[in-house]
Ligand binder design. Structure first.
Ligand SMILES: [Zn+2]
Length: 141
């Protein structure tokens, strides 16, 4: 028996007693049963609304996970995938446009790269380094 049936049962019992409706106690009893019927209706409506909302939340959750999957796919397709994790990369700032460029060790050794942002040819000139800079120096003079 759900609450609707229980309230209907109580209503049926009191109706069957043929109580004197002018009696103050009976008035209170009927008022309480009226209230129970109202509460039962409200709870039933809320239960249906809750079920509806649950379904909608489930749908939103499913839609969201599709969006998340798409989003992460896009991020994985981004530039970062092109990097070879095994190689060393250096950040170089283009003196012309100020863009930061990731350069692999191979390109550094090659000596130059065109800035992907402004097209400026960036040369890596190691000849300006002194022998001390390259070899390191213990001289504190
Ligand atoms: Zn540049």
């Amino acid at each position: 028996m759900d609450i609707n049936e229980k309230v209907a049962y109580i209503r049926g019992l009191t109706d069957g007693l043929k109580l004197n409706e002018n009696d103050d106690t009976v008035k209170v009893l009927n008022a309480v049963i009226d209230l129970l019927e109202d509460l039962t209706d409200e709870i039933t409506d809320l239960g249906e609304l809750y079920d509806e909302l649950s379904e909608q939340v489930d749908e939103i959750d499913q839609d969201l996970s599709i969006v998340e999957d798409d989003l992460y796919d896009v991020e994985e397709d981004d530039d970062f995938d092109d990097f070879d994790e095994d190689s060393e990369y250096y950040e170089v700032v283009c003196p012309t446009c100020g863009d930061e460029i990731c350069v692999s060790e191979d390109i550094l050794i090659e000596g130059s790269i065109d800035c992907p942002n402004c097209g400026e040819n960036l040369a890596f000139d190691f000849s300006t380094l002194s022998a001390d800079d390259i070899n390191g120096s213990d001289d504190e003079d």
